[in-house]
Design a protein around this ligand. Structure first.
Ligand SMILES: NC(=O)c1ccc[n+]([C@@H]2O[C@H](COP(=O)([O-])OP(=O)(O)OC[C@H]3O[C@@H](n4cnc5c(N)ncnc54)[C@H](O)[C@@H]3O)[C@@H](O)[C@H]2O)c1
Length: 344
């Protein structure tokens, strides 16, 4: 692989997509600059957003699309911050042009897309990774410490759920064909947390989906994301994980994620967690704020990987695991039976 950047500042970054929903383009460029890389270019079809990028990063090159950026700019690392169905086609274009690629989550929508991206990166001798910033959330880092201490005993199951009662928005996240479906936004983060805890191969996935309630009122009609979907994942070790995301949940459950073991459980929300431990008849509950996130570690690792050959933490094979599960869950929901996982 082309890791021979003598200095981290030789890594010239271009972002594709400078959207306004969360101003993610600014965040990526700032974080990459903090890690020592050089922000060089932005490609964005929305002229108003491109003008904002030029204001926020004076002197940055601006392009209306990725083709122009690849043709005219010497950026060597491209970051894709665009709607989900564009990730694989844009990544393939940039990888084939010999550029390293960081793709926002989800890595792609299907397993086949992941495999094509991994093969294209290998062929071009470049890196491809996905922005799993939440790998370094305080909640999961604390959860891993607790699990590894043995305090929870043997891990039995993990349940992840997010719900509410709300019509999917009119933005692209409401469209199944653009977003991949209701499980592909936060679901990818929650699954990536679970995979950090469960060090075992996926055996099979069962998916469930209910659609048709909100679609009658949605701008996206039949293409509206599911009202609710669930994935049940069986691991070789015997552990199982459930992931449920819902827009028809009038009574959302406590916690976004809970790890349950033979001696206790670790439940967490965005900002706090609760550890429950059983010792005979005695139950001890400890509540605490989540430690601060350490998202900066993502680009520090990318910089060290490209300049010093340090191990890539979010490898494409790692990124493929969450997408394979979601792909199988979608297929399973469609055909109404459990589907075996495949490993390349
Ligand atoms: N990791 C995180 O914490 C996190 C947080 C928010 C969003 N995201 C991810 O970031 C990505 C973008 O989400 P967002 O909320 O910023 O969306 P957004 O709608 O705010 O921005 C997307 C931008 O991409 C542009 N775009 C669309 N197609 C393009 C193309 N072919 N070439 C160039 N630009 C194109 C649009 O014009 C738009 O400005 C998604 O993958 C989303 O899941 C990740």
């Amino acid at each position: 692989m082309k890791t021979a950047f003598k200095k981290v500042s030789d890594i010239k970054v271009g972002v594709v997509g400078y959207g306004g929903a969360f101003n993610m383009g600014r965040m990526h460029l700032q974080d990459m600059a903090k890690a020592g890389m050089t922000p060089c270019a932005v490609a964005e079809p929305d002229a108003a957003r491109l003008a904002i990028a030029a204001q926020e990063f004076p002197g940055i090159q601006t392009y209306a699309n990725v083709d122009e950026m690849l043709k005219k700019s010497d950026v060597n690392l491209v970051v894709l911050i665009t709607p989900h169905n564009t990730h694989a086609p844009l990544a393939l274009k940039c990888l084939k042009a010999g550029r390293h690629v960081v793709c926002e989550k989800p890595f792609a929508i299907t397993t086949e897309e992941c495999d094509a991206m991994i093969a294209a990166a290998k062929k071009a001798g470049v890196m491809v990774s996905t922005f799993h910033n939440r790998h370094w959330d305080g909640s999961i880092m604390r959860a891993l410490e607790v699990v590894r201490s043995g305090m929870l005993g043997e891990i039995v199951r993990i349940e992840a759920h997010m719900g509410g009662w709300s019509k999917p928005g009119d933005w692209w996240r409401g469209s199944k064909s653009i977003s991949g479906g209701i499980l592909y936004d936060w679901g990818v983060h929650l699954l990536e947390y679970a995979l950090q805890v469960v060090d075992s191969d996926v055996v099979e996935v069962t998916g469930f989906a209910k659609a048709g309630y909100w679609s009658a009122q949605s701008k996206w009609g039949q293409d509206t994301v599911e009202d609710e979907a669930q994935a049940v994942i069986r691991f070789k070790s015997g552990v199982w994980v459930t992931l449920t995301i819902s827009h028809i949940d009038p009574n959302p459950k406590r916690g976004m994620m809970e790890i349950t073991g033979t001696k206790g459980s670790f439940l967490w929300e965005y900002d706090h967690h609760e550890i429950t431990v059983k010792q005979g008849e005695v139950t001890t509950v400890t509540k605490a704020k989540n430690p601060p996130e350490q998202w900066a570690k993502y680009y520090e690792n990318i910089a060290a990987h490209l300049s010093k050959g340090e191990r890539l933490v979010i490898s494409p094979e790692w990124a493929r695991r969450t997408i394979h599960i979601l792909d199988l869950a979608g297929q399973s929901a469609r055909v109404g039976r459990t589907i075996k996982a495949k490993y390349a």
